[in-house]
Design a protein around this ligand. Structure first.
Ligand code: ACM
Length: 279
């Protein structure tokens, strides 16, 4: 084997969660994983325990859970033990009387970390608190892993905050209803020279007068702008690919261009100013 390579088996699971049915959702995830022998990292969609289309805040009480002691996260940990791999998965989190749209990172040793979605999308603002992140990396079998949740993608600052710490792979759990993200993640990959794994859900979910269509197309992107795999728009699927982490460790794009060392933060003051726009 080429000792310069550092191969990891990573992938995503794409499925249709059932709104407010936590048991059915862990059951669907378990069935989709069943055929897989082992992996290093599997990413599962946003709010995979609960579904997405809430009408009232009190609907979250029964389907959300404390992290890491809740039923759904414990079941995920059992799966990681069976498959000897790590899972990143979106979880509807309850913390006292507050709710967060979170992701957990769990593995054979148990709970590792959680990330609370920083940028809330549309009606999520009625139900969830804006998250406190953190934008932090975790060392998983020698791979520097960062987490974001769905709408965080449209703020390049979020991915950048992780990439500047040395991220190799971004685990991105989503419930996408617009179709721009999958293209944008190729750019996130190029500009940071990282791998991204976007795990999206599928299906039409209706609750009262609210209905959303989730667009699938889960994917893995590479530092050289490729999609190694992309799922359908409407089927439950699980896919794994082998990636060479070393490719994310080279930040030179030409003999004279290092994408991080060439940055000019002294020119970017407006990026860290808090501004409020009326228009
Ligand atoms: C989203 O953040 N679920 C679009």
């Amino acid at each position: 084997m080429n000792s310069k390579r550092k191969m990891m088996k990573v992938g995503f699971l794409q499925f249709q969660p059932i709104l407010k049915d936590v048991e059915a959702n862990i059951d669907s995830i378990s069935k989709l994983i069943d055929e897989t022998r082992s992996f290093d990292l599997l990413v599962i969609p946003e709010l995979a325990n609960s579904g997405y289309v809430f009408v009232e805040k009190n609907e979250l009480a029964k389907v959300s859970e404390e992290i890491p002691s809740g039923y759904f996260v414990e079941k995920l940990i059992e799966l990681t033990k069976q498959k000897n791999g790590y899972i990143v998965c979106g979880v509807c989190e309850k913390s006292r009387s507050k709710y967060f749209n979170s992701s957990v990172l769990v593995g054979p040793e148990g709970f590792v970390a959680k990330y609370r979605k920083v940028h809330l999308f549309d009606r999520e603002k009625l139900f969830f608190e804006p998250g406190d992140g953190p934008f932090k990396l975790y060392d998983i079998r020698g791979m520097n892993l960062g987490m974001l949740v769905c709408w965080d993608w449209i703020f390049p600052e979020a991915t950048r905050s992780l990439a500047l710490q040395g991220m190799d792979v971004l685990a991105h759990s989503t419930n996408l209803v617009l179709s721009f993200c999958q293209t944008a993640m190729i750019t996130r990959s190029i500009e940071n020279q990282i791998f991204t794994i976007t795990s999206n859900r599928i299906g039409i979910e209706t609750n009262g007068e609210f209905s959303l269509h989730f667009k699938g197309h889960s994917q893995v992107t590479t530092p050289d702008a490729k999609r190694l795999v992309q799922a359908s728009t409407d089927k439950e699927e699980i896919h794994f690919v082998e990636i060479d982490i070393k490719k994310a460790r080279n930040k030179w794009l030409s003999d004279n261009n290092h994408i991080f060392n060439d940055r000019r933060p002294e020119m970017y003051n407006t990026l860290i100013e808090k501004k409020s726009f009326k228009l």
